[in-house]
Design a protein around this ligand. Sequence first.
Ligand code: PMP
Length: 395
Amino acid sequence: MKLYERLVNELKSAKERKVYNDIKLLESKQSDKIKINGKDFLNMCSNNYLGYAGDKIVGDAAKKSIDKYGFGPGAVRTISGSFTIHDEFEKALAKFKGFEATLLVQSGFQANTGLIPTITTAADLIISDELNHASIIDGVRLSKAQRAVFKHMDTVDLERVLKENKDKIQGNIFIVTDGVFSMDGDIAPLDKINKLAKQYGAYTIVDDAHGEGVIGPKGRGSVAHFNLEGQIDIETGTLSKAFGLVGGFISGKKELIEYLKQNSRVFKFSSSLPQSFAEAGLAVLNDLENDGKRLEKLWNNTKYIQEKFKKAGHSIGTTQTPITPFMVGDEATTTDLAKKLFENDILASPIIFPSVPTGKGRIRLMISSLHTKEELDHVYNVITTEYKKLIQNKK
Ligand code: PMP
């Protein structure tokens, strides 16, 4: 089939199967509400956990930085150099995350694709949780290492894979997992994973995109949540969620970071995170260190709405974090429910295959510290009512 014939067919089929992604045009900054077509919608689908994405603290820092450092970085850092603000933010992030050193990259996606293929060889084995993020999967695909998958958060299955391979593998073994899983909101059992890693001499890599700023003391993330600072070998992260920015990072021993600076293709062949984003990131870090109110509000909101769903007997899966999946099931009902929410001025994306397995569709409600109790009550009332109506109509 000719290229465009195939593309058009696939797009048509996605629309028919109701799995086509309808991308909204936003007319205001990320907040508890967001403007679309001149109308305010209640925003339930942003990873702006702590409200920094539209915050004055962040904006002021970025403006100050633009005055001093301008906009673009000029070239890749190996050619045009690093700005002092990159260095300052990297040091502060490393401290925050409990690692010796940190390397900033352009996104969380780039952190995984810049790390995994760079430090692994054909003699190595990467063992990955079956529900790991797409960027880990792509990082593994770019690597020459052998690969294996363990059942989601199942450390018995992980040990089976370790046992089966420990004498076969000539090189190093890496266990890689999300810290918090983005579709279900469950927290990887890093304590058990770390124990197994130590027992079998494996290295651990944790992608903490949804953990940082959200769990652990002062939002230090999954590793701190389990009190495992200094135990987990490498962490990748993002600035696009609780930090309210865009950007990614890799943390580990100083030799690892030095090696990545010399060898990671993402670092060597792609221009760096803009200076203003590093400055804004530093402002967020300082605020996190000095003020716990946003984190407290985030968790109060999370408990408030999740308790309501639980009391009503509606499944929100296995979440342990502000990620609140309102479980629906089939793809069509999930997208229909999202449409009903939209008609009621609530923006909440349907999460369907391939982001989650077929038949496991859900409306993922992302709770933020910015939401008010009234807003959460409103979402609860609308989603439960509209869901009941849809189910009745299907009978
Ligand atoms: N890892 C995980 C676990 C994520 O949820 C995401 C964001 N969807 C990423 C990595 C990618 O982060 P970014 O948006 O910064 O590329």
